[in-house]
Design a protein around this ligand. Structure first.
Ligand code: F6R
Length: 610
């Protein structure tokens, strides 16, 4: 949902901005631009399309300077065009603004500004901010920005530059992420951590309503009421990731690298969670008595995180015998949900910034529920809104399609389910230990699946021209199928649908032809024979079948054109290994269709708008 970056220091500002934007491009990639202060004037360069177009423009006509701001856009208001690309300037051309978020009252502000003589030239909501700052400016850029943001309704992360303040950037945020990386004689403002890692691992997360005045040697932070936050009270976080973690490291794409990082991500997420037979989960932030009093669980999430939530529903219901409801956050927030102080709400969001999930968290807390967030991003918004935070330790995920964060979420949710079962006394010690031991071998199981990559690629060779694919499964196979279909459609643009296998004959089987392959999650378990019957039904209608099956299962062979094996795992723990071949299948199919797997069309990594 747009990436912003700002730099003050002695390095070549354009190079720093372009480097930062490259690491933020996953947030949006329909146009990009920078503004630098050059010889006392603002130099704004913008290009429609990928960042490479801006890079080419700046190679042809370099921009020099020591202070600048940059932006990579995911269009909300106004189509992707050079005129709508950021930075946006005021009438005088002295002020430039980059923005991530949505200004909900921009039409009203635009009318007010044009009535008072301002000339706005884009179709964006952002441009009003540059003109508001212009109208309030009387020599103090922080004051003008503060007055401007007080007029805004909606969400924003902003970088503001003024020709007459050559060594300064003003940054502000509300409901959109923004950090300041603290360097030596240089500081860098950015939407996300990977953009600052080349310069520093010390990061100040700005809080909602705060404004920062950033110069090369200082970062001054002001609260919403204008009071300055004392330096000693400024929260500085040390980021554990290094730059290498945010780079491709020899892989062709981030997505492939991230698929291969899953064993590590899961090991890190599980580390230290089981000591002397006890599940360790202080993040639950409640006493054993309070936990015992919980009567139900409500899970909210979007997209891939929602699929992790469906996996968790089965685990919690089976192990802790508590009823669990799972809802997509955008529905939950408007559904007048039935929750109370006996409900545990689990908000799953890898980015920690998804607008609908954040709204759901607020809604749940207002209704008295305790909220535990599961996120991958330290210091993200959800970490400040939830009662407790359970981190996945997957490292930065740059590919837009979630892979390692999905399986790490399932690992974290597995810990949560075991903890609830332990509190409720619904699993005996022996069973808990057995499950824990089985969970711990999943990373090694994934490594054996990687050995199947050539076979998966050959399978992709046969089907990459399909117009449509169906994914079916039962039990744990349902969320696996849903996630497999989502991965395929978002990166290859092949139409894909997922159904519980038993539902096929209630309608979707009408879609089956020889041209629509079916991916069947057929892992060993209590519904194995049922899925095999469903496979026979689709094959009888001409479908070719790709089966995800337990290694060594000879019975499945006559029923499928391709069998992609996964190591034997208890059925309840099969979602992680079963998802990996489907990630690779989607990846290889998309590559054969020449798709950009890291930056699929129309998508952005973190959805900070409703
Ligand atoms: C799909 C994908 C999205 C996200 C969804 C929620 O590959 O990445 O469906 O899962 O936008 O994002 P988070 O988890 O950041 O709330």
């Amino acid at each position: 949902m747009c990436g912003i970056v700002g730099y003050v220091g002695s390095k070549s500002v354009a190079q720093v901005l372009l480097g930062g934007l490259a690491r933020l491009e996953y947030r949006g990639y329909d146009s990009a631009g920078i503004a630098v202060i050059e010889n006392g004037e603002l130099n704004v360069v913008r290009r429609v399309g990928k960042l490479a177009n801006l890079v080419n423009a700046l190679e042809a006509s370099p921009a020099e300077g020591v202070t600048g701001i940059g932006h990579t856009r995911w269009a909300t208001h106004g189509r992707p065009s050079e005129g709508n690309a950021h930075p946006h300037a005021d009438c005088s051309g002295r002020i430039a603004v980059v923005h991530n978020g949505i200004i909900e009252n921009y039409i009203e502000l635009r009318t007010e500004l044009t009535t008072t003589g301002h000339v706005l030239s884009s179709e964006t909501d952002t441009e009003v901010i540059a003109h508001l700052v212009e109208s309030y400016y009387a020599g103090d850029l922080v004051e003008a920005t503060s007055k401007a943001v007080a007029r805004l309704e909606g969400s924003y992360a902003l970088g503001v530059l003024h020709r007459d303040h050559p060594g300064e950037i003003v940054a502000a945020r509300k409901d959109s992420p923004l950090i300041v990386g603290k360097g030596e004689g240089e500081n860098i403002v950015a939407s996300d951590i990977p953009a600052v890692l080349e310069y520093t691992r010390e990061v100040i997360p700005l809080h909602d309503g705060q404004i920062a005045l950033v110069s090369a040697d200082a970062v001054r932070i002001f609260d919403e009421d204008g009071s300055e936050v004392a330096e000693s009270e400024t929260e500085i976080m040390h980021v554990e990731w290094d730059l290498e973690a945010a780079e491709k490291g020899g892989y062709e794409d981030f997505m492939l690298k991230e698929i291969y990082e899953q064993p590590k991500a899961i090991r890190e997420t599980l580390r230290g969670r089981f000591v002397d037979g006890q599940v360790q989960l202080s993040e639950l932030v409640m006493s054993e008595e309070e936990a015992l009093a919980l009567s139900r669980v409500f899970i909210i999430a979007c997209g891939t995180s929602y699929h992790a939530g469906i996996v968790a529903k089965t685990l919690i219901e089976q192990w802790a015998r508590m009823p669990v409801e799972v809802q997509v956050s955008s529905e939950f927030r408007y559904s007048d949900p039935i929750i109370d102080d006996e409900t545990l709400v689990v908000a799953i969001t890898q980015s920690g910034e998804t607008a609908d999930t954040l709204a759901g968290v607020r809604e749940a807390r207002e209704r008295g529920a305790k909220v535990i967030a599961i996120t991958n991003v330290v210091g993200s918004r959800v970490t400040r809104e939830a009662d407790g935070v359970l981190y996945t330790h997957a490292g930065p995920e740059i590919g837009v399609a979630a892979t390692k964060t999905f399986t790490a979420q399932i690992a974290a949710l597995t810990v949560l389910a075991l903890k609830l079962a332990q509190v409720k006394g619904t699993l005996d010690d022996e069973r808990t230990r057995y499950l824990w031991d089985e969970i711990c071998v999943i990373p090694a199981a994934i490594e054996t699946i990687f050995a199947e990559a050539p076979a998966i690629e050959r399978c992709a060779d046969e089907y990459y021209n399909s117009a449509s694919m169906l994914f079916i499964g039962r039990g744990m196979g349902v969320p696996v199928a849903m996630e497999g279909a989502l991965k395929l459609k978002e990166i290859s643009y092949i139409h894909a649908e997922a159904y519980p296998a038993g539902e096929m004959k209630h309608g979707p089987i009408a879609l089956i032809t020889e041209e629509s392959p079916v991916v069947a999650v057929t892992i060993q378990g209590h519904t194995y024979e049922k899925v095999v019957s469903n496979i026979q039904e689709v094959r009888a209608r001409g479908a070719q079948v790709i089966a995800i099956a337990t290694a060594g299962d000879a019975d499945i062979k006559p029923h499928a054109e391709h069998v992609l094996p996964i190591p034997a795992t208890p059925e309840s723990l099969s979602a992680i290994p079963a998802s990996v071949p489907l990630q690779l299948l989607a990846y290889y199919i998309a590559k054969k269709r020449d798709c950009n797997v890291d930056q699929p069309r129309n998508l952005a990594k973190s959805v900070t708008v409703e």
